[in-house]
Design a protein around this ligand. Structure first.
Ligand SMILES: N[C@@H](CCC(=O)N[C@@H](CS)C(=O)NCC(=O)O)C(=O)O
Length: 212
């Protein structure tokens, strides 16, 4: 039996799990669906009524919560921190990224009339603030070149790349803003050079049907 990941045909909250599989070189069934199939077929078999969820062949259980699944797999596949200080730095980055994701969710899925204001605030103040903090963490990690300043690639690297890539769905201004931080491009280059399977996955990734 193989891993089976259930998520929309988009990146959203499923992509970080796909990136962990890609970086680890572990095969999984990538079961993708549209909104209609979600409602008619897949929601009912999700333990929480939400996705992503993962059928784990190791335990036979169906796992939920994207962050918990990604952390579990990272630990299982050697993509977790190797000591308590690195653990803190990985978590610091993951939580900073969650703060940004929450803002992106408001822009894409918040009340329609409020979305332009959310986006304006994101571009003018919130994204520069959060990106600046993340760029500072990368500068601190300069000797290591991995985001959490450890000896090898961790979930923090994957999540950072994923979030910067996600700016595509916010729009060209958000992508430009991220591109203004040279630390992100340098980090991505190093991370991909350290892991060819991840680089191949990103180079060959096809766009999903859903715009998130
Ligand atoms: N904290 C959860 C959030 C899960 C979540 O809200 N999933 C959304 C998609 S990103 C969902 O299932 N939406 C479908 C629905 O609400 O019917 C996680 O990270 O897995």
């Amino acid at each position: 039996m193989s891993y089976k990941l259930y998520y929309f045909d988009g990146r959203g909250r499923g992509e970080i799990i796909r990136l962990v599989f890609a970086a680890a070189g572990v095969d999984f069934e990538d079961i993708r669906f549209d909104l209609e199939e979600w409602e008619s077929k897949y929601r009912a078999i999700s333990p929480t009524g939400l996705c992503p969820y993962l059928v784990d062949p190791v335990t036979g259980k169906t796992l939920v919560q994207s962050g918990a699944i990604a952390r579990l797999l990272a630990a299982r596949f050697g993509l977790a921190a190797s000591d308590d200080q690195e653990f803190y730095r990985v978590e610091r980055i993951l939580h900073q990224l969650t703060d940004i994701e929450n803002l992106a969710i408001d822009i894409l899925f918040g009340p329609e009339e409020k979305r332009p204001a959310f986006k304006k605030e994101f571009l003018e103040t919130k994204a520069p603030y959060h990106f600046g903090i993340l760029a500072g963490y990368l500068r601190e990690a300069s000797d290591s070149k991995f985001a959490a300043a450890g000896k090898s690639l961790t979930l923090a690297d994957l999540a950072l790349i994923n979030l910067i890539d996600f700016m595509e769905f916010i729009g060209p201004e958000a992508q430009e803003l991220a591109a203004g931080f040279a630390e992100f491009a340098a980090h991505r280059k190093h991370a991909l050079e350290s892991n060819k399977k991840l680089a191949d996955y990103l180079a060959n990734r096809k766009p999903g049907a859903l715009p998130f």
